[in-house]
Ligand binder design. Structure first.
Ligand code: UD1
Length: 373
């Protein structure tokens, strides 16, 4: 084949950007050999959730933004499919690359597969075994129809093998999210964002919450925040809230909850931070409290204790490595995990195999080799 290889990457939500940025960088050495199009579905559209992160990662502007926006799962997914279908047909890619487990991932994979395009799933094989999570549905559908399954760790590869997937489709390449972390960690640390918030290294925690099961019900959100505050007292807790969480806090009339505790507890509410600032912040923190998926991995790579406020995790490797504690979502479990995390030593070298900043190179090298065959 003498013409350039045509790769299309599709992003939509905040955690997708860190996964695709290193892939784009890994394509650079191939020059004109690869023609790449970057499509943004517009699932996330607020500046801190999208443009600020793209800019921190020095990503090119998307070639097309489908501006799909928010909605019910059915509405959002259907709009993505309708909008992306002509874009896929028009570009006629050799490979469509989809990262992660968000609605944009699944909508693109299904549409591309039905048009006869080959799909490469980056971050394949993760399983929480909890079908009440929309992400688990997205992962299973995407994995079942993708030609190339790029896994971040060996547990993920094993999950796919146990499901009977042809081993020829499974490629254990490592974690692209850690490629992005490696790429900017030094600069993120140098920016001293924590200091600008008046924080001392190792002397504060970072909290993020965005899962609907934790944030869409006032009693649950209050239970979690009470558990955090009662176990941590005046220790500073920096809480950059996802727009969903921010909206709920306002609608539930909970701004009062924060006002009442100001002075008596160290919890401070913020808008979401940029990627650099956030990475700098967690890298110097005492611990992270979260219901996110990616943060469980970033803290493992950094050797920072993480309390995961969820009933299960699709990233058990982070627990095996000893940095991540699965706390559940009930008060007692959260309190116990935070107390334990306070006593944990930072762990220096607990990186899983191939979390070395080179996962994206492996992916692009595998894809170009297959296409040139
Ligand atoms: C999505 C992903 C989740 C991922 C998370 C990271 C799915 C099913 N979920 O969840 O796996 O961990 O992104 O952030 O794809 N909103 C805004 N501005 C934005 C984006 C969202 O205000 O830029 C608000 C809207 O009210 C929207 C709500 O947040 O309805 C939820 O957004 P949505 O994209 O549906 O899911 P996330 O909760 O962000």
């Amino acid at each position: 084949m003498n013409r350039p290889l045509k790769f299309m990457s599709v992003v939509g939500a905040r955690p997708n950007f860190m996964k695709v940025a290193p892939l784009i960088r890994a394509m650079e050495p191939y020059g004109n050999e690869i023609e790449h199009q970057l499509i943004h579905t517009g699932q996330h559209y607020d500046r801190p959730m999208s443009d600020a992160i793209l800019s921190d990662l020095e990503m090119p502007l998307p070639d097309i933004n489908l501006s799909v926006g928010s909605g019910t799962h059915a509405h959002q997914t259907a709009r993505m499919m309708t909008e992306i279908e002509p874009v896929l047909a028009g570009f006629d890619p050799d490979i469509v690359i989809v990262p992660g487990d968000v609605n944009s991932t699944m909508a693109t994979a299904v549409t591309a597969c039905k048009l006869g395009f080959k799909v490469a799933h980056v971050e394949a094989g993760l399983r929480s075994f909890d079908m009440s999570m929309p992400e688990e549905v997205n992962r299973r559908i995407t994995d079942s129809i993708s030609e190339f399954l790029f896994t971040p760790d060996e547990i993920a590869s094993l999950n796919l093998e146990m499901e009977g997937v042809d081993p020829a489709r499974i490629h254990f390449v490592g974690n692209v999210m850690i490629d992005s972390l490696e790429w900017c960690l030094e600069r993120a640390r140098a920016s001293r964002f924590a200091k600008s918030l008046g924080l001392r290294p190792g002397n504060y925690a970072v909290l993020t919450l965005h899962r609907p099961t934790n944030t869409d019900f006032k009693e649950k959100l209050e239970e979690i925040l009470d558990a955090v505050v009662s176990s941590i007292g005046e220790f500073p807790v920096i809480f950059p809230a996802h727009p969903r969480t921010q909206n709920n806090i306002e609608q539930f009339g909970m701004l009062d909850w924060f006002a009442k505790r100001s002075g008596r507890s160290g919890i401070r509410l913020f808008e979401p931070f940029g990627y650099f600032d956030f990475l700098g912040l967690i890298s110097d923190s005492r611990m992270v409290l979260t219901d996110s998926g990616g943060l469980q991995e970033e803290t493992t790579a950094l050797g920072i204790p993480c309390v995961t406020i969820r009933e299960n995790t699709e990233r058990p490797i982070t627990i095996r490595k000893g940095t991540n504690l699965l706390a559940g979502t009930q008060r007692a479990g959260i309190v116990e995990a935070i107390v334990h995390a306070m006593d944990m030593e930072d762990r220096q070298s607990c990186r899983p195999e191939k979390w070395d900043g080179k996962a994206a190179q492996r992916i692009i090298s595998a894809l170009t080799a297959v296409c040139r065959k």
